[in-house]
Every structure is written in C-alpha cells, then in structure tokens.
Design a binder for this molecule. Structure first.
Ligand code: ATP
Length: 260
C-alpha cells in the first residue's frame, strides 16, 4: 500500500464572515489521482488554494509527507515539490513555448543517481547535472504534448486556449513536482481538447506522478480519478473510489448533471 503524501485534516477556511470550508478531510496517496468535485461555490477552489498557501486556513492541518505545511507560502511549498497549475493560465506571453517551459525548471538541481546491477546492488553513484535533467524532462513533456514540440520556437501568445493550458501544465511538470495541483484544467476548452487533456493527465500519473484535481467536468474526471471527494457547501458530502461513485445514480444525477 502506498502512503498518503497529502493529508488534509478538519480544515476550516473563512473569508471574513463566510465559512467556505467547514472542516474537511482529504487524503492523497502517492502515485494516485484524487479528484474534488462539487457544484459552484462548494469550496473546491478554496481547498486547492489553501493547500497551495494562497488562502490561509482558520483551523485544522495540512500534512505533506508527514510534515505540517499549513499556511506556508506558495514559494516554500514549491520548493517542497507542491506545484499548482494553471495559476490563472499565467504563461509568459512574450517568451517562446520552450522558454516558458524552461522557466518552470528554474529550481531543478543536479541529482545523485544510483547505478544498479541486475540483482539490484548499487555499483556506482553518479551525479546527473541539472542541465541533463532539464533536457530529459523537456523531452518527456514534449512526448505528452507533441504540439508544444512543434510550436517550441513560437511565441506563447500565439497559442490557442487549449495549447496554453497544455503549456501551463507542462511548465508545472518541468519543476518535477511531488504533488501536482490542477485547478479546473478543462475550464473553457472545447470537448475534444478536454478529452486530450484528461488523457494526458492519466499518462502523467502512469509515470509515477501524484495529482490532486479540482473539476467541474465530473464525467471526464471520474474516468481518470482513483479516488473522489464530492464537496457540498464546504463539507465532504460523499467520498469513494471513482468506480463506486459512478454506480451511485442518485449522486450522479444530483451532483454530476448530464455531462458527457
Ligand atoms: P466554483 O466551481 O464556482 O469555482 P468552488 O467549489 O471552487 O466553486 P470556491 O470558489 O471555493 O467554490 O468558493 C466557496 C465559497 O467561498 C463560495 O460561497 C464563495 O462565494 C466563497 N468565496 C470564495 N472566494 C471568496 C473570497 N475571496 N471572498 C469571499 N468569499 C469567497
């Protein structure tokens, strides 16, 4: 069983006199996709923004790898490997696609790599340069998003909405996050592009990444998520595996609408 990399415990968040989160618990296992669904105003964005340090918690706790990260700044959280995308689709419009991706990798450092024999014994320890890691990560991202490779020399401002969304996710991945927070990656995109984005999110997980995703598009999200929390006015209304939630007709009609 993999461990919980993120544990949200009895989290309460207030905006002045409005209590947006009324004590929620969320666990994210390493290597999984966990989704937060719910109607408008349920508290989805507030949850992700509190985990990412943009909104302050009133009480409760947030543990990352066993350590409390509650109310740490987004920069400190980024250095621990927690990265949110998109942050309001903040791509650097005057830079090329590849320059935008490399900006995401600014904090990547050289790494120790162990070379093992067939029996798993370490035979050598080497250092991989930051430059090499960045190059490999860039190639990995181009394999998820071939269109970004085609457009790599093009100014980011000339990309379509869907391509900009891909660039924002790609840039977040360039920092090699331990936990990727995705806030409505399908927002404003055409259905075919939404399908592409969700397929890519699944591929990203298959390579060992952990993802917490907040979405309005419940149908697509349930297809890729391992575990799902449904929020209703600041509380967890229900939770379970995506498979179980899919079978719950009442839930589907009440919260998930008619989306396909
Ligand atoms: P949506 O899908 O519409 O974005 P959501 O589930 O992400 O909804 P939140 O944006 O987290 O919901 O909002 C939760 C509650 O907190 C709502 O009642 C909202 O009106 C309120 N709220 C959110 N941001 C603020 C703010 N900056 N100031 C005051 N109230 C806020």
């Amino acid at each position: 069983m993999s461990k919980n990399i993120l544990e949200v415990k009895d989290l309460v968040v207030d905006y002045g006199i409005i209590r947006a989160l009324k004590g929620i618990d969320i666990n994210v296992k390493e290597g999984s996709i966990v989704a937060i669904l719910g109607a408008n105003g349920a508290g989805k964005t507030t949850t992700i923004r509190t985990i990412n340090g943009v909104v302050k918690a009133a009480s409760g706790d947030i543990l990352f790898d066993g350590e409390s990260i509650k109310n740490m700044s987004p920069n400190r959280l980024a250095s621990k490997g927690i990265i949110q995308s998109p942050e309001g689709r903040l791509i650097l419009r005057g830079l090329t696609v590849e320059e935008n991706l490399l900006v995401g990798a600014y904090s990547v450092k050289s790494e120790k790599v162990e070379v093992k024999d067939d029996d798993g014994n370490i035979i050598e320890t080497k250092r991989k340069s930051a430059r090499k890691i960045k190059k490999e990560t860039l190639e990995e991202i181009y394999s998820y998003f071939p269109i970004l490779k085609e457009r790599r020399k093009q100014q980011a401002s000339t990309l379509s909405g869907g391509e900009q969304q891909m660039l924002a996710i790609g840039r977040a991945l360039m920092s090699r996050p331990k936990l990727l927070l995705l806030d409505e990656p399908s927002l404003g995109l055409a259905p075919l592009i939404v399908k592409d984005i969700f397929e890519i999110i699944q591929k990203i997980r298959e390579r060992g990444n952990t993802i917490l995703i907040v979405e309005q598009n419940a149908y697509q999200t349930l297809k890729i998520a391992d575990y799902v929390y449904v929020l209703e006015i600041g509380k967890v209304k229900t939770e379970g595996t995506a498979e179980d939630l899919m079978k719950d007709d009442q839930l589907i009609s009440a919260y998930l609408g008619e989306q396909k």
